[in-house]
Design a protein around this ligand. Sequence first.
Ligand code: FAD
Length: 464
Amino acid sequence: MRGHKVTVIDTDYVLGGTTANTTARITAQQGLLYSQLIKQKDKETARLYYDSQMAAIEELEAIGKKHNLDGDFRRVDGVIYVEEETSISELETEAEAYQTLGIDGTLLKQGIDLPFETSAELVMRNQAEFHPLKYLKGILEVLEEKGVTIYEHTRGKSLDGDMLTTNDGNNIHFKNIIIATHFPFLDYQGFYFNSFKISRSYGLVVTTSTPPPENVSLSGHDGPSLTTRHIIGRDNEHPTLLFGGMGHMSYMEKDMIDQLEKLRLYADQKTINEERFYAYRAQDSMTADSLPFIGCFDTKHDNRFVAAGFNKYGMTNVVLPSMIISDLIEGSDNRYHEMVSPHRNKGVLQQIKQHATTPMESMSVEAKNMLKNYPNIDDVELSAGEGAVVKDGMLKKGLYKDEENNEYYVVDNRCTHMGCSLSWNQPDKTWDCPCHGSRFNFKGNVIEGPATEDLDVEIKKDND
Ligand SMILES: Cc1cc2nc3c(=O)[nH]c(=O)nc-3n(C[C@H](O)[C@H](O)[C@H](O)COP(=O)(O)OP(=O)(O)OC[C@H]3O[C@@H](n4cnc5c(N)ncnc54)[C@H](O)[C@@H]3O)c2cc1C
């Protein structure tokens, strides 16, 4: 903390966000990124990005050792595999990029003893895995010892000068503020609403009798593109594996139960699985040029910072703000800053991709929703625990029948962020926005931003 007095606020409870539902591979191997970066930017940027990610892995390891954190941190090799012969050339191009940049890695042809068949494997050495919540629980204890104040259930709502106002009307005066709220709230002020696309992915935790070797962390490039992480200590007798995959953009609005079932089928093709412990969905923000946004929130304030847009590689990229923003606060240079600054030069193509496609996708999903024929609120029959979008006169509403007392929660069907129509997510019992990823519980309370305002809600009795 370098001598600064630090306060953390969280709209929910700390450690309850996306980080609680991540696969937690800690890796500089982020798909076929390095050939893309050389083409899109240049060799120097591609190498600098690799250096930044490796520095983040070392920092996580060093902090874990220094504070004796029990986070199951261990070094593994990252492996991107392809199943089809026709995909090998893509790995070859990436392997050439590794060679050009001096990245420690190699391309193998069926060179790793995996429980399923592959055509080729691209290895990046010396990566890592951990259990993020165990690790962060230890970090919280260290922060508390150092006198950091943490306010949970406190939502940041607005900024005026050097004052942050929270949802319960309290004001916090700050010298510097870091907005690390996943999708930045106050995104209008920083023009962030067009900068990120939301990608959703699914996770499944199973025990298996045929685990992949413990020293590799896998990521499929073709086929169902599954990723894996070993879960240590869950069940010593039966190795436990986390499978991630079935990702898609939020505006594609896929059914969660169908996606989880597909993930289960694919996972069962890869390893012989026994017991299933968890199945879930989570989402992350993606940027047009695949680099995160870390630095000054806008160009008008030198004491407002942002850390977002981690492209499903947040385990390394959330470490960078601790290096970069602390240097910026102290007026020191940081070698990674310009590369990941939200105000970096992104080139014309990336700018178009960033600012034009998100509104177009939002409009197309809105148009699709307008054509849907929703049942009338008075005609619909819901079982307890069920929800649906319904028509109420000229308006669309969200209707949910409570399990405890058979009351109905009727909420506005428009997201309070930018007015997109919300979809009902039955397994999570939430209202989800396909445009920018905001989520609300069935009572209409925000559980994930960028929205900061709850939905209007009316509670009706069975006979109302
Ligand atoms: C399925 C999936 C798998 C992934 N796998 C990997 C992987 O293997 N390796 C990897 O490196 N990355 C992975 N990622 C990406 C990584 O998990 C994320 O990038 C990272 O967890 C994001 O961290 P965060 O701190 O930005 O967000 P969060 O963990 O969501 O934290 C943000 C916090 O801000 C709070 N908040 C929100 N709004 C407000 C507000 N207005 N006021 C106050 N608090 C607020 C939230 O309650 C939350 O606690 C994966 C992502 C997904 C979705």
